[in-house]
Design a protein around this ligand. Structure first.
Ligand SMILES: [Zn+2]
Length: 448
């Protein structure tokens, strides 16, 4: 990324001498604390419940989804003890009606740990960040609640990422609410995630970003190839709420690659690669893989920014398969097929993004770009952030055909005029604080 000199026509409060920190050392510290060993022990424990199928035993203390969720809750409560009373752990229950994979009305139970922010920013709107994995599992038949379904990678891996981040982050004090979500009913139709997302929507919660981790712990593909140097981030371009004239407007402005979830994916790539050196993000421009779905969808569909992490090399012999051996070939989702160092790398990227956002200011409000007349420059303005530690704003821009931001200009002002043509570039603005935490980038809307 190129940090350009201040090629500006006007803008009175330019801080030429002001140094904007590139990174926050506190985020580095959190990233370093993520442990592959700890993730391994969580995955092995989860696989040890034999099945975590949504319709499996809820009474046994050692087998089935009931035992699994009580163990997850107990683990999160242990981590909560280091939070000075700021992290609360609870079951979030909902009864879902009969559907294709639910033979009769069933109670779906998510385990939720909520880490509250420091109350110092009480004048700010509460920002909520969500990280999720699904702790339910399945065998070959989606309705089989009895056969072994260890679900080590799908999605013991994502659940372990959520728990490991809760363990490390519960000791720290942030400026946004973080929700660590272990959901059930994913394999039966994204049911636990949908129930929680709907609750958030009904209560008008300001969910700023949702990170779904599903199948993130294997580096050896079923085709014999391996890859442990990057992870895929899936995001859909538009919200399904962008219909009719809203859709037409986005297309005509060339904003088809700047919807909320895509903007979040771009942030994940930038911040993840900055803090987790040597581990890359491959942005995939679609909601999910073919024939598959994930828990980010119910959030995205409700207009929230939501993305999915998934490993690069999948092995379908070890997903949604009964544990068995056929002609010498092993099937089933067992811990022995996983790469825990890889899973830890994915967790570190999540930690970097979540900690950065949780310490960052809110995104600038009401950004607009003047389209009052033809011109050779581009003028932007936005609302002033009220957080006391905001240093200023970074205005980002890129060619319309570029996938990531290419240029950055810092200003302490809330207006800027750049000597580049609005016809050829896309723009965004983000708030940055004194410690180098950056908000999400918000794309301006045209104003006259
Ligand atoms: Zn899954």
């Amino acid at each position: 990324m190129k940090r350009v000199a201040l090629w500006l026509v006007c803008g009175s409060a330019l801080a030429f001498s002001q140094k904007v920190p590139q990174k926050n050392p506190a985020v580095d510290k959190i990233v370093k604390e993520i442990s592959a060993k700890s993730i391994r022990s969580i995955v092995e424990k989860l696989a040890g419940f034999e099945t975590r199928h949504t319709l499996s035993d809820t009474v046994s203390g050692v087998r089935g989804i009931g035992a699994a969720r009580r163990w997850i809750k107990n683990e999160l409560e242990k981590y909560a003890q280091q939070s000075d009373g700021r992290m609360a752990v609870e079951f979030f229950e909902t009864v879902v009606p009969t559907s294709a994979r639910i033979p009769s009305p069933t109670k779906i139970v998510n385990v939720v740990a909520t880490l509250s922010p420091e109350p110092t920013h009480h004048l700010m709107p509460d920002r909520v960040l969500v990280i999720s994995g699904h702790y339910d599992s399945r065998a070959s038949n989606p309705l089989d609640s009895v056969s072994a379904a260890p679900g080590a990678n799908d999605d013991g891996s994502g659940t372990a990422v959520v728990l490991e981040l809760a363990r490390v982050m519960s000791k720290h004090r942030f400026e946004a609410t973080i929700v660590f979500l272990a959901v059930a009913g994913e394999e039966q139709g994204l049911l636990g995630s949908a129930a929680w997302a709907e609750m958030a929507k009904q209560k008008s919660w300001n969910v700023e970003a949702m990170l779904n981790n599903d199948i993130v712990g294997n580096s050896k593909g079923g085709d014999g190839t391996s890859e442990n140097k990057y992870v895929r981030v899936f995001s859909e371009a538009f919200s399904p709420l962008d219909t009719g004239s809203a859709f037409r407007r986005r297309i005509s402005l060339g904003l088809e690659n700047d919807g909320g979830s895509r903007t979040l994916a771009r942030y994940v790539k930038e911040v993840g690669e900055l803090y987790n050196k040597g581990f890359g993000i491959e942005m995939v421009y679609r909601l999910d893989r073919f024939l598959r779905g994930g828990d980010h969808r119910p959030f995205h569909d409700r207009g929230y920014r939501a993305i999915r992490f998934s490993e690069v090399k999948e092995n379908y012999d070890h997903q949604h398969q009964n544990v068995r051996t056929e002609s010498g070939k092993e099937f089933g989702d067992l811990p022995k097929f996983m790469d825990f160092d890889y899973c830890a790398r994915v967790a570190r990227t999540n930690a970097a993004v979540l900690a950065s956002l949780a310490w960052a200011p809110a995104p600038p409000s009401n950004p607009g770009m003047s389209v009052a007349g033809l011109g050779y420059e581009s003028s932007l303005r936005w609302g002033k952030n009220m957080e006391p530690d905001v240093l200023g704003y970074e205005v980002r821009y890129r060619k319309t055909s570029a996938p990531v931001w290419q240029s950055t200009v810092f200003t302490t002002d809330t207006t800027i005029t750049l000597k580049v043509s609005k016809d050829e570039y896309l723009f965004g603005v983000q708030a940055v604080d004194t410690e180098g935490n950056r908000s999400l980038v918000i794309v301006p809307t045209p104003v006259r």
